[in-house]
Design a protein around this ligand. Structure first.
Ligand code: CTP
Length: 394
């Protein structure tokens, strides 16, 4: 929720700039501290005195000449979130290019805070390929776009491009502050693809990048959970997640089996090798010795070991399938998991290494729910929402 947060409100030059004053008022009602940054053209549409009166502070209108020698870095570092409403095509284009020619774009670039952008412009401008590409780029940067609506535009025109309703913008701002609904929960997440050594330089591995497991760990930590990530991939760069870095299926099994009983939920997002070389050569296998025959043996089934524990943590399995998810329900039954998250790794955008995923939830009763193609963080959020709901129902 946005309550009590420090918000930078960026106002750019469009007829909807007057609505930004209402937005500022609504934020103040929610006990936010609001600092306004106006572009030069915004000042053609609304006076800075309006915002000064609402927020109790003079808006920042220029990078130079104020008491603060570096207003963009001061505000960028201070902000819990930045809202730009209305956002013109020009400001959107500057943001997409990272071009810091005014105080507002400079503030966004000098900040690590989440950014919510509410565009407003004529339909023709919104539909321009340049604007479409810029908006796509901002989405890829992680900015939240609150799409414009159909309505009255400047000059008496009507069409798509009117600033979204201020309440919809406020909802989007709420959405960037994660709810701490996992405060009392301890979760263990596995991630990455294990590597089974053939010799000191070679291994049998798989294409898993660890991104899905990392997203699960990060989102759970943001929502307040105590998180252990047992990973065979590069871990996320954030505090609040305990990391146990492993390589092989045996190491993953030892780590997970040693710790799982301390946890309320175990999510097995790792792509664990099913087989490993029976022998790991101590020296490099030489080409001159001819093509080797590699004898394989099964690895431990990590998930099965957790399933047999008492008390048993709430157990989420993953199923990486190719071509069809028809077998997922049988796998969920066979694995006896509380929730199975299945994906077809051959679907564009859902494969290993991708930042997005398209998954199917398979529940204990065999029912399923198909999610859209979403960023892995959003998939992670929906997995945790579902875990919380199922635990409450059980
Ligand atoms: N898994 C595990 N230990 C293994 C292999 C897999 O714990 N040795 C876990 C994975 O982390 C995943 C689930 O089991 O949560 C399903 O993995 P998957 O590879 O889809 O299933 P398998 O049982 O290995 O079946 P198959 O590869 O034949 O489809």
């Amino acid at each position: 929720m946005a309550e009590g947060r420090r918000i930078v409100l960026g106002v750019t030059g469009g007829v909807a700039a007057y609505k930004a004053a209402y937005l500022a008022r609504r934020l103040i009602e929610r006990e936010c501290t609001v600092r306004v940054v106006m572009t030069e053209s915004a000042q053609e549409f609304i006076g800075s005195a309006t915002f000064a009166a609402i927020t109790g502070r003079e808006p920042v209108t220029t990078l130079f000449g104020s008491e603060d020698v570096s207003p963009h870095t001061t505000l960028g570092q201070w902000a819990d979130a930045i809202i730009i409403a209305p956002a013109t095509a020009s400001t959107i284009s500057k943001l997409a290019a990272g071009q810091t020619s005014d105080a507002l774009v400079a503030t966004v670039l000098a900040s690590r805070a989440p950014v919510v952008i509410a565009p407003a412009m004529h339909t023709e401008m919104w539909d321009q390929p340049a604007t479409v590409a810029n908006i796509d780029r901002l989405r890829a940067y992680g900015y939240k776009i609150v799409e414009p609506e159909v309505g009255a535009l400047a000059g008496g025109d009507v069409g798509l491009g009117r600033l979204a309703d201020p309440e919809a913008i406020l909802d989007a701002v709420d959405g960037v502050f994660p709810v701490r609904d996992m405060d009392a929960l301890r979760v263990l997440v596995t991630a990455g693809g294990t590597r089974e050594p053939l010799d000191p330089v070679r291994y049998i591995g798989n294409r898993s990048s660890g991104k899905m497991g990392n997203a699960l760990a990060e989102v759970a930590a943001e929502r307040g959970a105590e998180v252990l990530l047992v990973t065979a991939a590069d871990p996320p760069d954030r505090s609040g997640v305990e990391i146990d870095r492993v390589d092989t299926a045996d190491e993953m099994a030892a780590s997970v089996w040693g710790r799982a009983s301390e946890y309320d939920v175990v999510v097995m997002a790792a792509a664990v090798a099913d087989f490993k070389p029976r022998i790991t050569e101590s020296g490099k296998i030489r080409r001159a010795d001819g093509a080797p025959t590699i004898d394989l043996e099964p690895t431990p089934d990590v998930l099965r070991g957790v399933r047999g524990m008492s008390p048993r943590p709430f157990l989420v399995g993953f199923a990486a399938e190719t071509g069809s998810l028809e077998g997922a329900a049988a796998k969920a039954r066979e694995k006896d998991v509380d929730l199975l998250v299945a994906n077809d790794v051959t679907t564009p955008g859902a494969g290993f290494g991708s930042d997005t995923n398209k998954v199917r939830f398979v529940f204990r009763d065999g029912s399923t729910e198909d999610l859209d193609l979403l960023p892995k963080r959003e998939v992670a959020s929906m997995i945790w929402d579902t875990v919380l709901r199922l635990r409450e129902e059980s």
